[in-house]
Ligand binder design. Structure first.
Ligand SMILES: CC(C)(COP(=O)(O)OP(=O)(O)OC[C@H]1O[C@@H](n2cnc3c(N)ncnc32)[C@H](O)[C@@H]1OP(=O)(O)O)[C@@H](O)C(=O)NCCC(=O)NCCS
Length: 221
């Protein structure tokens, strides 16, 4: 899917430093660019079904440092800046993040974040998640945390809950003792989480129900 490419032409690579909360710029048709420190989230394309009142959208993660470097090299070779930026899009697109937004365009939940293997472990995942949470009006739900990523979400300050909504108080025991799921179920769909805004005491169930009214709490998986 190349839809994001047109939007990247609008990315401002020179005005991005020092941003904690994302600077959001509407691009029309419900699409936007969200600027963080050294990166831009570009898109907002529908990426799946969502509960009532929510929309699930995907953004491409653009590494602005990579883009800046590529563009500078091409401009030094005599290329016009906008053309250089167009040519640099693909290589500076380092991953995707899927979120739920509500009717007010507010960030409410994170479904998935994926960086290319060679762009991991350099702080970008943290920067993207922290800015999304900083930009959200309330606690952010993290859906379907997969076991290999639990350590990352722990570093992000997430609290973990079983799919039934019960809190995971002892992560180590839970990770070890939970039986393997059958091959029919999603192999990694595992825990739900929440990253709280400073000072929030809203119960997880309330936060989860606000973004997914159909969440089931009777099952303790
Ligand atoms: C998970 C992911 C987005 C993290 O992004 P990243 O840029 O590599 O993470 P960062 O470099 O910002 O790391 C932040 C911290 O988390 C730690 N961390 C990152 N990935 C981790 C993992 N899989 N397990 C444990 N710790 C992890 C880092 O060591 C770092 O810790 P530090 O601050 O003490 O140094 C990325 O590794 C990825 O795309 N993984 C594959 C897809 C995936 O699992 N996504 C999550 C779906 S639920």
């Amino acid at each position: 899917m190349r839809q994001w490419i047109k939007l990247v032409e609008n990315v401002l690579i020179d005005e991005t430093k020092g941003v904690g909360v994302l600077r959001r710029e509407a691009q029309g048709m419900g699409l936007e660019v969200m600027y963080g420190e050294g990166f831009a989230l570009v898109g907002g394309f529908r990426s799946g079904g969502a509960s009532p009142g929510m929309v699930r959208v995907q953004y491409s993660i653009i590494d602005l440092d990579i883009m800046q470097e590529l563009v500078s090299a091409l401009v030094a070779d005599g290329m016009e800046k906008s053309e250089a930026q167009r040519r640099s899009q693909e290589k500076s697109n380092v991953g995707t993040v899927d979120i739920y937004k509500d009717a007010d365009n507010a960030i409410r939940a994170i479904i998935d974040i994926k960086l290319n293997a060679k762009n991991r472990k350099a702080g970008l995942g943290r920067a993207v998640i922290q800015s999304l949470v900083a930009s959200a009006p309330q606690d952010v739900v993290i859906f379907d945390i997969r076991k290999p990523a639990v350590g990352f979400w722990k570093k992000m300050g997430a609290e973990f809950y079983k799919r039934g909504g019960a809190p995971v108080t002892d992560l180590k025991t839970h990770l070890v003792s939970t039986p393997k799921r059958s091959s029919m179920s999603a192999p990694h769909a595992y825990l739900q989480g929440v990253i709280r805004k400073p000072g929030s005491t809203t119960p997880f169930e309330e936060t989860l129900r606000a973004v997914d009214p159909n969440a089931v709490f009777s099952v303790s998986s």
